[in-house]
Write a protein that binds this ligand. Structure first.
Ligand code: ACM
Length: 262
């Protein structure tokens, strides 16, 4: 299976242009499972809730349909960040879809900084979805700093974490290796690049998208200067082996009775 990411700088407030860009970059791609950045169609630095609301859509809306068409044209499975509306609530979400439609949605549980002024925190937990024999979990950016996020996905059987991000802090570039090792999962990090300066807020996005294997080995990594589609072949079944030595299985050796519970 070939997994990959598209690292780019989405144009703020221009979902059609961003969709066209994604479509162009996917031409003749051999990737099977693609991760796009957080809020890949709209950009990130919203003036306020009203502006974000005007760019949002329900699951299954026009942008989702366009992504499904792109998935169909390329026979590819896509996880993409998108700005989801449900009633008056806005969610910073990731949608997983293929040519047959939406497979599932994850709503970002841990909101970062001023996202708290706009979004409702995710309320649907950390779902794991099956793609044939493979199980994938979705994650969005700042979720990483809570080890429970990827731990929960791994304990629920995820082989691959499709991590859509708009990272602005540097820490995950190294912490991702630990997250992969401690859970023995593949992580595909699709991070955006570029800079947004709007209404006195500035965000500089750090790129560094990568694919890490369950032993913490970086299989693919690009800098914050590169833009484009990148992929690597993996064997997702390797994530089913949770043994770190012959006598240590990272799940069976857990001692939850001694771990702190809120
Ligand atoms: C982030 O969670 N977008 C930093």
């Amino acid at each position: 299976m070939k997994v990959g990411f598209l690292q780019f700088s989405p144009k703020f407030g221009e979902p059609k242009e961003n969709l066209n860009f994604i479509k162009t970059k996917l031409k003749n791609s051999s990737i099977n499972l693609l991760t796009l950045p957080e809020l890949a169609l709209t950009g990130y630095t919203f003036k306020d809730y009203e502006e974000a609301y005007s760019l949002s859509e329900e699951i299954g809306g026009n942008f989702t349909q366009e992504l499904i068409k792109i998935a169909e044209e390329n026979d590819i499975i896509i996880a993409s960040g998108f700005l989801e509306k449900e009633g008056k609530s806005l969610y910073n979400s990731s949608v997983l879809l293929d040519k047959n439609g939406v497979i599932g949605v994850y709503r970002k549980i841990h909101l970062f900084y001023k996202e708290k002024n706009i979004f409702t925190p995710g309320n649907k937990g950390f779902p794991v979805f099956s793609i044939g024999d493979i199980r994938v979990g979705l994650l969005i950016c700042f979720d990483w700093i809570f080890p429970e996020s990827i731990r929960t996905l791994a304990l629920k059987g995820a082989d691959i974490v499709l991590h859509s991000a708009n990272l602005v802090l540097p820490y995950y570039q190294t912490a991702i290796l630990t997250r992969a090792i401690e859970n023995r999962v593949f992580i595909v990090l699709a991070n955006r690049i570029g800079r947004e300066e709007r209404f006195g807020q500035e965000n500089v996005f750090i790129g560094g998208s990568k694919v890490v294997d369950p032993s913490g080995k970086v299989l693919l990594e690009i800098s914050d200067k590169e833009e484009g589609l990148f992929g690597v072949n993996i064997n997702p079944i390797l994530a089913r082996n949770k043994n770190i030595t012959e006598l240590n299985n990272i799940f069976e050796d857990r001692r939850p009775e001694f771990y702190y519970k809120d």
